[in-house]
Design a binder for this molecule. Structure first.
Ligand code: AMP
Length: 422
């Protein structure tokens, strides 16, 4: 189906052509006409499905004919869980908006950087605000913007937003929005908490479920490699060298592990940098830019990087430590095989983490054979009985099982200290 069949204006059809999008993705086909009709939308959408362009195009079409007030008042609000996603969504909206005759001003605001430039940027007003919840609340506290005129709210990666403990911030923001508005709700997964939020927010929504994202998911080959925890670094080096991988994203459980592993790889003459929440924003931006430009071979990341990053042609993702939940697994492996490219996701599994991996497998509805790589056959037996593994939260590979133990950050967020984590 061509983009012209979706009801998009000629300027926006030109915009997608400029981006070299040949035809709309499944979510774009379903969401764009519904949004243009003013319907609320509830979409099961994963990164890589083209979800950002789906809502961005429809929102831009609505803005195309909106009068320009002086100063501009935000008409659309996009809430996202992480700074990286915030920057990417902002870029995508601005890129698509270039073809419009009416200038659309997009403000991108997130925490972890100085608030002053963001306040200055908002002084002249904005049509679209893309924000992480914590920083948006700070800015509202400074009267840097008003949400009174918002026509459309997008909640992107709603599950991640709740996972990160943003429920309270969301409530504060929702309380400042006009009742009469369009709501677009996107989430990769729908646990009970997300469903409850959706039910409360949405009015007779158009439901869109791109069950297992047809464009990308089948293109991801998921493999599990059996290896003893102590030999994982060597196995990783072996795989990088044997396969000649030019770029690989490696996930670990903790910031410390990211630092350690990157250091070990560098010692072995493999270009590697850690990527996690304790780095300065400048450092993170630089590492990501180097990785995207193939100046950096290995990026060793915590789950902070698992969402929202859009890195073209990333052939391999390695779960050096397993993720805490099946949801995080989905997001991690979604970093490869994006927009129709093929990719491989490798998970290192030890005797101690096998039970946890099987659980992820079950929730993912996949079955991976536990492969052994010659020279790296595991010899260690499980240190705990299989039944205990799921709740033990072992630090030897899973980083703890989601929901069983709250991190310090979670507790701070829950205590409502206005901590803006990302
Ligand atoms: P998203 O799911 O929004 O993170 O998008 C994933 C990637 O798909 C981004 O790099 C987009 O630029 C790209 N994309 C979005 N729509 C299309 C399309 N219709 N055709 C090809 N690529 C697309």
């Amino acid at each position: 189906m061509p983009f012209t069949s979706l009801g998009l204006s000629p300027a926006l059809v030109r915009a997608v052509a400029r981006q070299a999008y040949l035809e709309p993705t499944a979510i774009q086909v379903q969401a764009i006409p519904a949004i243009l009709q003013g319907r609320d939308v509830l979409a099961t959408a994963q990164t890589g499905s083209g979800k950002t362009a789906a809502f961005a195009l429809a929102l831009l079409q609505q803005l195309e004919t909106a009068p320009i007030d002086s100063p501009r008042r935000p008409l659309a609000l996009v809430l996202v869980p992480t700074r990286e996603l915030c920057a990417q969504v902002g870029q995508e909206i601005s890129g698509l908006a270039k073809s419009l005759q009416r200038a659309v001003k997009t403000a991108v605001v997130y925490g972890g950087v100085s608030i002053n430039p963001q306040m200055l940027a908002l002084r002249g007003g904005a049509d679209v605000v893309v924000a992480t919840p914590g920083r948006l609340i700070d800015l509202l506290g400074h009267n840097a913007l008003t949400l009174q005129y918002i026509n459309a709210l997008v909640l992107d990666e709603a599950d991640r937003m709740l996972d990160l403990g943003f429920a309270e911030e969301l409530e504060k923001i929702l309380a400042q929005l006009p009742r009469d508005r369009q709501n677009l709700f996107l989430s990769a997964t729908f646990p009970a908490s997300v469903q409850a939020l959706a039910e409360r927010l949405l009015r007779n929504p158009t439901r869109i479920a791109i069950a297992v994202e047809p464009q990308t998911a089948p293109a991801i080959t998921q493999r599990a490699l059996a290896v003893d925890p102590s030999r994982r670094t060597q196995l990783l080096r072996h795989l990088i060298e044997q396969n000649g991988w030019s770029r690989v994203l490696v996930f670990v459980a903790t910031q410390h592990a990211a630092e350690m592993l990157a250091g070990k790889l560098r010692k072995a003459q493999i270009g590697a940098e850690p990527f996690h929440g304790a780095l300065t924003q400048g450092k993170r931006t630089q590492v990501l830019a180097d990785f995207k430009a193939s100046r950096l071979r290995v990026m060793v990341a915590t789950d902070m990087a698992a969402r929202g990053l859009d890195i073209a042609q990333l052939p391999v993702v390695v779960n050096f430590d397993l993720p805490r939940s099946a949801t995080d697994y989905t997001h991690r492996i979604g970093r490869t095989g994006r927009a129709g490219e093929s990719g491989t996701a490798l998970s290192f599994v030890s005797a101690d983490t096998e039970g946890h991996f099987r659980l992820i497998e079950k929730r993912q509805r996949i079955q991976a054979i536990l492969e052994q790589i010659p020279g790296f056959e595991p010899v260690e037996a499980a240190t705990q009985p299989a039944a205990a593994q799921e709740t033990a939260g072992s630090d030897r590979g899973t980083g703890g099982i989601k929901g069983k133990r709250r991190s310090k950050k979670d507790k701070l967020r829950a205590a409502g200290l206005g901590f803006d984590p990302l």
